[in-house]
Design a protein around this ligand. Structure first.
Ligand code: PLI
Length: 460
């Protein structure tokens, strides 16, 4: 009989959290314009807004902070980070950045050579799409249709539709395609992994047409874990070996280190061996992020990241981290709450189209569920649906998202399974009474990235 395992750590420091009374939650949400982004963190009991930069660092990381070398140029901490990142990825060039979008803003303008060039992805994250567009490119998604069927199990719902991808390249011609970005795991589709076979096939297609492949590596370690657990031939490989193979099928990567880097702030760009691209990235970096040996990071941040990158590749850590997300997902699934199935790596994505079929997409059903979950349990989820998607820039019409998700995003090493049970109770209660929920309309709508600062009111 195998021995049951718990979290591979014990807790050395705690941060108090507090559930304010229901009437106060109602008042707080109203004052926040029915947009949980505008709540003060003190008004939140369990914060599931994001897994980005919200994780707990280990004692090894905290002690590494003390070793930070704050030299403007040539910091020892930079070289330490370089050694670790090179060893994990096998890449020749590594450049630090202040976070994921910092990495995108120095890499993408050097890859998108002319206005209107396409950047193909499984499903680009919103900051990636924004940086593609700022650099003059056009972002197109090729996620396999299976991602949109939230009910049926598929081990790799982050996969590309390879046929569609190749057809598009043939139609639009390789010279009009800047690169292909493989986002692992695929956040927007529900934290769903991409199989190694699919990543390899994307690389083969790209090579046939001479197109560059980049990895959006924010959650690469979690993707490697899923490959080990679900893909034949990888069960006996280490997470490190799998990660190295993922990176081997690309020419470069942008990484938000706030996820699988296990730090509160940080990012990286990696370039396999293209010296010309590296030189271009370094020159853009100086005005945008900082001198090439710190890239917007303190020396101490680079030390903590060097340790975090290693810790995130430990199998026991990943098993416990993803196991906790699965624990929450399983409780919801067993209670009949519709979720993206199987559960993704960093979050449980609740299918709110199914919970609130009576709320039209332009009254934001997932936002209605998020708000109700805050009122119910002081829990702050985030909407990933039509509220986030915004309007068509040409017609001004609200765009309809294919999926209306409430994302319950689990920070790394922060909450216990008891918290997961409390979250499940609140979500199950809300789902049971969902027919009473109403949609929302705008009181104030910002022109860009509206979901962060919009103010809403319930539809009468
Ligand atoms: O938040 P940044 O700038 O460190 O990283 C941007 C970013 C890039 N790619 C992917 C796949 C992301 O998920 C991502 C950021 N994600 C956030 C903030 C999230 O809440 O999911």
């Amino acid at each position: 009989m195998s021995v049951r395992k718990a979290e591979p750590y014990k807790i050395k420091m705690v941060e108090p959290i507090n559930l304010i009374p229901r009437e106060e939650r109602e008042k707080a949400l109203k004052e926040a314009g029915y947009n949980p982004f505008s709540l003060r963190a003190d008004q939140v009991y369990i914060d599931l807004l994001t897994d980005s930069g919200t994780g707990a660092m280990s004692d090894r990381q905290w002690s590494a902070l003390m070793m930070g070398d704050e030299s403007y140029a040539g910091s020892r901490s930079f070289y330490r980070l370089l050694d670790v990142a090179k060893c994990i990825t096998g890449y020749k060039y590594i450049v630090p950045a202040h976070q994921g979008r910092g990495a995108e803003q120095i890499l993408l303008p050097n890859v998108i050579k002319k206005k209107g060039d396409y950047v193909l992805g499984n499903m680009h994250f919103d900051t990636t799409k924004a940086h593609i567009e700022i650099a003059g490119g056009r972002a197109v998604n090729f996620i396999d249709e299976k991602a949109f069927n939230t009910t049926d199990y598929d081990p790799f719902k982050g996969d590309f539709d390879l046929e569609k991808l190749e057809k598009f390249i043939k139609e639009k011609k390789a010279e009009n395609i800047a690169c292909i970005i493989v986002t692992v795991t695929c956040n927007s589709a529900g934290g769903q992994p991409v199989s190694m076979a699919n990543i390899k096939a994307v690389k083969e297609i790209a090579d046939r047409y001479g197109i560059m492949v980049l990895i959006d590596a924010a959650r690469y370690a979690e993707n490697a874990y899923f490959i080990k657990k679900r893909e034949a031939g990888y069960e006996n490989k280490s997470i490190r070996e799998i990660a190295m193979e993922i990176f081997s099928y690309a020419d470069g990567f942008a990484m938000s280190a706030k996820k699988d880097g296990l730090v509160n702030m940080g990012g990286l760009v990696g370039i396999k061996d293209d010296e010309e691209l590296y030189t271009a990235v370094r020159s853009l970096m100086v005005p945008m992020e900082g001198f090439p040996t710190y890239g917007g990071l303190n020396g101490r941040d680079m030390e903590a990241l060097a340790v975090g990158l290693e810790e995130a590749l430990e199998f026991d850590y990943l098993e416990s981290r993803i196991g906790q997300v699965e624990y929450l997902g399983q409780m919801l699934h067993d209670a009949g709450v519709p979720i993206q199935w199987p559960v993704g790596g960093h979050a449980v994505f609740v299918d709110c189209k199914k919970i609130c079929p009576h709320i039209p997409f332009n009254q934001f059903p997932a936002q209605a569920v998020c708000n109700a979950v805050y009122i119910e349990g002081g829990i702050r989820p985030v909407e990933i649906g039509s509220f986030l998607l915004g309007r068509d820039p040409e017609t001004g019409e609200d765009l309809e998202s294919p999926l209306e998700f409430m994302r319950l995003t689990i920070p790394r090493r922060v909450y216990t399974n008891r918290h997961m049970e409390v979250i499940a109770d609140a979500v199950i209660n809300v789902a049971k009474n969902a027919e009473k929920l109403v949609g929302f309309e705008f009181e104030y709508e910002p022109k860009v990235l509206r979901h962060f600062t919009a103010k809403l009111r319930p539809v009468k």
